[in-house]
Design a protein around this ligand. Structure first.
Ligand SMILES: [Zn+2]
Length: 284
């Protein structure tokens, strides 16, 4: 696998590497982005399966007390987790794993029908305490650095805005990161991820027919979420809707198929796939 993928892209990672003078004193590998302040090699990576090239970007928060704790864990062989990049609260960007390698950040759940997102993605961990630490805000310097890094990766790797994912999108029953305070709207304004102004209509969900629930679940599946069109809004279905809300309607995250959630989904479907019969407004 390694030689096959190397021969198709000689002497570079999976993405175009810029001419850079940002190499640190004695890095174990050359950084892929000119925005990297330092390389802190993590041993936690492997081959991208099938020589896959990254076509998705997955964003995380670290969910730990501080940056040094997160860095230690991401470099600890016993933890068996890593990401390609870590963005500190002051905006410093560390690279832990070369983009050519498969970092261990996204788990095994599917997105858009594909499992093993680790082989198909680049992962960024953003230092932030997350839900366990009261959802602290993301400092401006950190957001600015993250925005620049994401733009750089999307451009070099040719990743589409629709393929910028939250960890919670991929693992809705298991993960909440990067959380409902993450600056998705701002990033989307810079071409990073999809966003429409969310509908805040949080009136109690009216009784939906099973057919209507199937249609909504089918839309969510078409958007990429790992959800089966069962027609029953059960616990797994609510987890997916909560993940959708956390990402696209963060003012109210409760898993309910309320009118605002349905409207926000319908407009995102239209943005992503174009208006048409398949992207019709939310059914009642
Ligand atoms: Zn995560």
């Amino acid at each position: 696998m390694a030689s096959a993928s190397a021969s198709s892209s000689p002497a570079t990672g999976p993405c175009r590497r810029p001419i850079t003078d940002a190499v640190t004193a004695s890095p174990a590998f050359a950084p892929d982005s000119r925005l990297v302040a330092a390389v802190r090699p993590s041993p936690n990576h492997g081959e991208r399966q099938g020589g896959a090239r990254p076509d998705a970007l997955v964003l995380h928060y670290t969910g730990m007390a501080d940056g040094p704790s997160a860095l230690r864990r991401l470099c600890d062989p016993a933890a068996e987790v890593s990401s390609h990049y870590l963005v500190e609260e002051d905006g410093a960007v560390l690279q832990l794993v070369p983009e050519a390698r498969r970092a261990w950040h996204a788990g095994r759940e599917p997105w858009a029908g594909r499992h093993d997102l680790n082989s198909a993605s680049i992962g960024i961990e953003v230092v932030n305490g997350g839900h366990d630490f009261g959802l602290p805000p993301f400092p401006e310097a950190q957001v600015a650095a993250l925005e620049a890094l994401c733009r750089d990766i999307l451009q070099r790797c040719g990743i589409a805005p629709a393929r910028v994912l939250a960890h919670s999108d991929i693992a809705p029953s298991r993960k909440q990161d990067p959380g409902e305070r993450f600056p998705w709207a701002r990033l989307a304004a810079a071409g990073i991820g999809l966003w429409v102004p969310p509908s805040l209509d949080a009136a109690p969900a009216d009784a939906l027919s099973a057919e209507a629930v199937v249609a909504l679940q089918s839309d969510l599946a078409r958007f990429g979420y790992g959800i089966a069109p069962t027609g029953t809004h059960d616990a797994a279905s609510r987890d997916v809707v909560a993940a959708f809300q956390r990402r696209h309607r963060p003012a109210r995250v409760d898993g309910a198929l309320d009118p605002g959630t349905r409207d926000t989904l319908a407009r995102l479907m239209a943005l992503r796939f174009g208006a048409g019969p398949e992207a019709a407004p939310a059914r009642a």
